[in-house]
Design a protein around this ligand. Structure first.
Ligand code: XIL
Length: 297
């Protein structure tokens, strides 16, 4: 499964009001198709990194409806049948005690039912695509994951099309949600009939990490993979990149790096072997993956 780090984000694909730039996303989707891979479209709406034409806009509510509807319809229809999963909404719940939905000019403009609207529009554009709500810090059992649970439960009760929840899992090796709790959280979402994807796993280490830290990192990678494998509705395990050569961590978290399973020279790290070992008994489940490619599963 292939995920674009940025190519589907609004600033990348729709940088000015009257112009779409599909080249990056097209290239990715074509690559995925050529290699028998599925695609997660990340993401239709995010409160961060909006282009100026959105960030500085002063549209009326009717205009916001029209602009966001048009954006979602254009992007989702273009990749209809080719992007199987969409992170429709990314990080919409605030970290504060209230757990309220984050306020942006576009969410204000769309109104109090903006979440329902944007999922409905995405569904209309591709009824077969599975639609996800994706967030960070809501992986274990905590106040934020309770909020995510309440949000998606409410959507299901209102018959809003939502099919899954994405758990990002951007972690440091020193402070992590307990894997058993992540599994419990996945289970309660399963009880609602939703799928869960691990969407952005990386576990960062200090620049000068000790050998022990790489071992801890490996154990954690394995433990989260096992939490996912333990619950049938956890249907994807996605890392936010694969080589430390290209990871967002060093430029976003000063003093940290080493977050992925291959090092900057593309050598396998302990985390690579740990997840490989955890997958070994599951190899029958990986047949689909092996089928389309010339590689050893
Ligand atoms: C990050 C990308 O990795 C960076 O390249 C970009 O500059 C900023 O966004 N949560 C998300 C992702 O949902 O979209 C973010 O990706 C990382 C945090």
């Amino acid at each position: 499964m292939l995920v674009s780090e940025n190519a589907f984000k609004l600033w990348a694909i729709h940088p000015t009001a009257d112009r779409y730039t599909f080249e990056g996303a097209d290239t990715l989707v074509e690559f995925a198709e050529a290699h028998g891979m599925k695609v997660r479209g990340h993401t239709l709406l995010w409160y961060r990194y909006m282009p100026d034409w959105i960030e500085k806009a002063t549209f009326s509510p009717e205009q916001w409806d029209q602009v966001i509807h048009e954006h979602i319809t254009t992007v989702v229809s273009r990749y209809k049948g080719r992007v199987q999963y969409w992170d429709v909404l990314n990080e919409a719940i605030s970290d504060g005690g209230s757990g309220a939905l984050r306020q942006t000019n576009w969410s204000d403009g769309l109104g109090p039912d903006f979440v329902d609207k944007v999922f409905t529009w995405a569904h209309e554009a591709d009824p077969d695509a599975l639609l996800f709500y994706n967030d960070y810090g809501a992986e274990g059992m905590n106040r934020k994951s309770d909020r995510v649970y309440a949000l998606v439960k409410g959507m299901l009760e209102r018959n809003v099309p939502i099919h899954g929840v994405g758990l990002q899992l951007h972690l440091t090796e020193a402070g992590v949600p307990r894997p058993e709790e992540v599994q419990r959280n996945i289970e309660r979402l399963a009880e609602l009939g939703l799928q869960v994807h691990i969407t952005e796993l990386d576990i960062r280490l200090p620049d000068r990490a000790s050998a022990d830290m790489f071992e801890t990192q490996a154990r954690l990678y394995r433990a989260y993979l096992e939490a996912c494998l333990a619950v049938e509705n956890c249907t994807a395990f996605v890392m936010w990149g694969f080589t430390d050569r290209y990871s967002w961590i060093p430029s976003f978290q000063a003093g940290f790096g080493h977050a992925l399973i291959f090092d900057a020279a593309y050598r396998q790290k302990p985390a690579y072997f740990a997840i490989r070992d955890a997958l070994a008994p599951q190899s029958s489940k990986l047949q689909d993956f092996g089928a389309g490619c010339n590689c050893t599963p």
